[in-house]
Design a protein around this ligand. Structure first.
Ligand code: NAD
Ligand code: UDP
Length: 319
């Protein structure tokens, strides 16, 4: 049985990765310090013999007994309000955390895949973003702690690949959504859905002309699975290239949730990227991957998830 370590395993994406690798017959070790994660995301796996959970901060030395074939480094605060609250931990997990994972990989002779991000392109001046675009990041702006940690993480990973011969893969993830996102993580999909369910106005930041391209979580996980098993060590964008403005997106949510919420406008956060759309030519050519789940379908599944929350949870977790 292949053994895989998934850091950030109790988070949104990490928990979906745990499910996928369990389904594929792996022994899965999830490691998480629960700073933004939630054990409820993985509690259904606790009874399985081929699942283990380690409560550990990956910015500190990592010890995992036994063999390891793969390490997926997904531990990191991921939403702007999280990394603004815990900027130093964000920088540490992107730097010390990946160093620990790569060191462990060397000892275990394991292959490492890291979660990079579209944020490494910053507020992009090339559109759509191809992997050879170097980005436009404000190092000392509020988002810099996340963007630069992820950029460092890519460099460190490539250095271990080049100098130590560690097998590495880099996925640049674009905005992904689905069940198990946190209601209060500040990202636009849980924000709008929570507001609709609580009967509150939808908050558009800025004038809503900024764009994003939203990928359903199952599509992303399939892309990551294929990349891990490919022989390609350069970065690969995984995301859904269908782009929408946030103002149009708010209208879509109002229709989907069948509510008559109003929209209100708030200040645009500093350094909020104006547009974002992945060029997925590489993923198509190298992995034979493209997204399959349309926004209508993916949003409906996600809304069902949030609709299942009790009234108390809906209000408590919004705080
Ligand atoms: P999340 O906050 O739900 O999950 C992150 C997990 O990492 C949490 O469970 C958290 O407790 C854990 N964690 C953070 N610091 C840790 C540390 N020092 N030690 C151990 N565990 C730690 O976020 P997510 O959306 O699932 O993101 C997962 C990864 O994917 C992150 O690396 C993020 O940067 C990347 N990513 C996500 C998206 C997206 O759209 N969701 C886009 C680009 C990149
Ligand atoms: N956004 C918004 N209202 C909200 C939350 C977010 O208008 O209640 C905007 C945000 O300013 C950004 C876009 O929606 O322009 C996507 O934000 P998210 O945090 O989901 O992703 P990111 O900015 O990291 O791509």
């Amino acid at each position: 049985m292949k053994r895989i370590l998934i850091t950030g395993g109790a988070g949104f994406l990490g928990s979906h990765l745990c499910d996928r690798f369990i389904k594929e017959g792996y022994h899965v070790i999830a490691m998480d310090n629960l700073i933004t994660g939630d054990l409820r995301n993985i509690e259904h796996l606790f009874k399985l013999e081929n699942f283990e959970f380690y409560h550990h901060d990956v910015s500190k030395f990592i010890h995992v007994p036994g063999e390891l074939d793969y390490i997926l480094h997904f531990a990191s605060p991921a939403s702007p309000i999280d990394y603004l609250k815990i900027p130093i931990q964000t920088l540490k997990v992107g730097s010390l955390g990946i160093h620990n994972c790569l060191g462990l990989a060397r000892v275990k002779n394991a292959r490492v895949l890291i979660a990079s991000t579209s944020e490494i392109y910053g507020d992009p001046q090339v559109h759509p973003q191809t992997e050879d675009y170097w980005g436009h990041v404000n190092t000392v702006g509020p988002r810099g702690v996340y963007d630069e940690a992820k950029r460092f993480q890519e460099s460190m990973t490539m250095a271990y690949h080049t100098f130590h011969g560690v097998e590495t893969r880099i996925v640049r993830i674009f905005n992904t959504y689905g069940p198990r996102m946190r209601l209060n993580d500040g990202r636009v999909i849980p924000a709008f859905m929570g507001q609709a369910l609580r009967g509150e106005d939808l908050t558009i930041f800025g004038d809503g002309s900024q764009t994003r391209s939203f990928c359903y979580v199952d599509d992303l996980i399939e892309g990551i699975y294929r990349l891990l098993h490919s022989d390609y060590a350069q970065p690969v964008n995984i995301g859904n290239p269908i782009e929408i403005s946030i103002a149009d997106f708010a209208e879509e949510i109002i229709k989907l949730t069948n509510t008559d919420q109003k929209v209100i406008y708030k200040d645009l956060p500093v350094d909020d990227p104006k547009q974002r759309q992945p060029d997925i030519t590489k993923a198509k050519e190298i992995l034979g991957w493209e997204p399959k789940v349309g926004r209508e379908e993916g949003l409906a599944i996600t809304f069902e998830y949030f609709k299942g929350f009790s009234r108390d949870r809906l209000f408590d977790e919004a705080k």
